[in-house]
Design a protein around this ligand. Sequence first.
Ligand code: ADP
Ligand code: MG
Ligand code: MG
Length: 213
Amino acid sequence: ESRRFARNLQQVLELFETTCRTREAELGRLDAVAGDGDHGQGMVLGAAGAVEAGKKALTRGAGARALLVHAGTAWAESAGGTSGALWGAALTAAGRALSDDEGADQGAAVRAMLNAVEALQRLGGARPGDKTMIDAAVPFAETLFQEFSRTSDLVASLSAAAERAQVAAQRTAELTARLGRSRVLGEKSVGTPDPGATSFALLMGVLGDYIGQ
Ligand code: ADP
Ligand code: MG
Ligand code: MG
């Protein structure tokens, strides 16, 4: 059961990599407006590193927890950059909420995602309004928690959370960057959505579609 879950998680990582490759140029352009333009590249390298590590972990018989812990470490190492460290920590934190021996029920899957967002907040120290991925991740976690508490329906809750993240990511266009590299050119970022918030919403949409299919 846990092995099957681990294989599903590996498929999600593969979808993340494909999606990042497809959107690499666009994410790079967003980051070039007020940052250093490498966000698309960082996401591709991170996701590819995670996929490689996940493959190796699966051949060694890893369960869900070990798979995500290894994938997260590899994401951070392969990506470099701020967002790479944050995505790595988020995957690892999600893994730590899961078991290697049992499959995850829907509640455990929700707890893993909430744990991942907490790790993003803790490690990055960003607050809502700073124009970072937190501006998509926090509304995502809020909606996921609220909807799942109300309905106990993972597919519907995740779909609602991913949609909220998408709207929130678009709205970061109105904000001035106060953290990360873009703070230097903060005013220049007004009118363009934050790259890290955009990629977060994008990948949560992919995750929601995968779970819903
Ligand atoms: P770098 O800034 O090192 O080049 P990336 O370009 O890959 O890294 O990622 C930039 C993104 O990282 C930003 O768009 C923002 O969403 C996110 N980010 C930067 N600093 C923080 C932080 N302290 N907390 C959360 N997210 C952050
Ligand atoms: Mg960058
Ligand atoms: Mg950089």
